[in-house]
Structures are given as C-alpha cells and as structure tokens.
Write a protein of this length. Structure first.
Length: 243
C-alpha cells in the first residue's frame, strides 16, 4: 500500500525529555517553597519522586496518566504536611507550563515542514506533552495521548486510533519512535511500519532484542526524510503531495 502518514512518538523522539522534567521539577519545588512551605520543608524533589514511584508500583494504571500520578503524589505530600490541598491544581499548572517548555532537536521543524507537504502527520504518545503549548500542533492532523484515550503503547488500539483519525489503514502508516518495545514492536504488531529513532546512537552499547526488527533505524529526522524520499527506488510506494 501507499505510505500516506507518518506518526511520531514525542518525548525523546522530537525533543529530549529528561532535562525538561528535571528542570520542571525544580521549578515546581521553588514554587512550593514560596506557596506551600510546609511541603517543601518536609520533602525534597527526590522524596516527591520516590512517592510517585511507590504509587506507580502500587497502581500500574497510573502509567496511562502521568499527570494524574504527579497529582496523586502531591496530594499525599500536601496531606502529610498539613498544607492546603486547594493549592495542588496551581502547583500542577506550574509544573505543566515548565514541562512543556521543550526545545525540539534541531532537525525536527525542518523535517516536519517537508513531511507535511507529502504525508498526513500524527502523534501517538504515552506522555502528557501539550503540542499546542509547545507550538507544534499545527504540524499534526491527529494527536492521540494515552491519558485521554484510555490505552497506552504498546497496545495496538492506540495506534489504530491515530490511523482511524487520519482515515488510513495501519499498513499505510510509518511510526517513528525511540523505544524499541513500546514504539517499534508495538507499531509493528498493530500493522504499521516502524522506524527506530535511535538518536543516541545506542547500537554500539545497546543490542535490540532478537525479536525486535525495525523497518529502519535512524539517528536523525534527515535520515528519515531521505529514506522516505528513496522509498520509490526500493519498491515502497509513498504518498503524493498533499499541497
């Protein structure tokens, strides 16, 4: 079938996420020191992180909604410190703003500009990134997030939901992501082609499990674009211009 759509993971595929999360947690903690000092005096950033880890261990369903997990962790901390829980939503807004202050990899916007002329673009994410806040929503015709959809990668349903939103069959889509299991194996089991975006160049230090075999592996979006450009010459038909 023709490739009509390219679907993307977000965190660590379009931007690095761990520096963003660390900074957002520091911004939140500074806010707590001013507005909820009892919490800040009783807990550290690492202590709040540990509470979330324990909550996730007790209730794996939180993986579907990491914002809900963070809210639950703050609720426990506020109650333990005797702070006003009415402030929690304000704290979450502070964190959300900082969490969405991401810097895309240098190759992302140029590649999206080119790809949108030929393909439908979509995103499928287990995270809580807000593409509107980030400023990238204009590139995507469909964006499916686990916390609002109710299922997370590698569940085939979340990939199929993105394809349905674009009006295409799974075989007409390529999914691009950094996680071999969630993104590559998950997408392929759902009937999509899958590209491993291995930005760190991990192949020398990281061996893919034998049962996971991406349709292609790249370290940059430029390579992805070149692969799609060359697809006609290797027998894979790609979509015509969408302009």
């Amino acid at each position: 079938m023709h490739i009509k759509a390219v679907l993307f993971d977000l965190d660590d595929t379009l931007w690095p996420i761990m520096p963003v999360i660390r900074r957002a947690e520091d911004v939140l903690f500074a806010w707590l020191q001013t507005h909820a000092p009892a919490v800040a005096s009783q807990f550290t950033v690492e202590g709040l992180r540990e509470r979330r880890r324990l909550l996730l261990e007790q209730n794996p369903h939180y993986r579907l909604n990491l914002a809900k997990l963070r809210h639950a962790g703050l609720t426990e901390a506020f109650l333990a410190a005797g702070e006003d829980c009415a402030k929690i939503d304000l704290a979450m807004a502070v964190f959300s703003k900082a969490r969405n202050e991401v810097t895309p990899f240098d190759d992302v916007i140029p590649a999206l500009e080119k790809l949108k002329r030929r393909f439908y673009l979509g995103s499928v994410s287990n995270g809580v990134a807000d593409l509107e806040m980030i400023g990238l929503a204009k590139y995507f015709q469909a964006s499916i997030a686990a916390h609002s959809f109710g299922a997370a990668k590698p569940d085939a349903a979340i990939f199929h939901a993105a394809c349905d939103a674009l009006g295409i069959a799974p075989a007409e889509a390529v999914y691009v992501g950094d996680d071999p299991h969630l993104d590559v194996e998950g997408a392929q089991r759902a009937g999509l082609r899958a590209v491993w975006m291995n930005r760190a160049g991990l192949e020398s230090a990281f061996k893919l499990p034998e049962h996971i075999s991406p349709d292609a592996t790249f370290t940059t979006m430029h390579e992805l674009h070149q692969w799609l450009d060359a697809a006609d010459t290797i027998g894979m038909q790609v979509g015509s211009s969408l302009e």
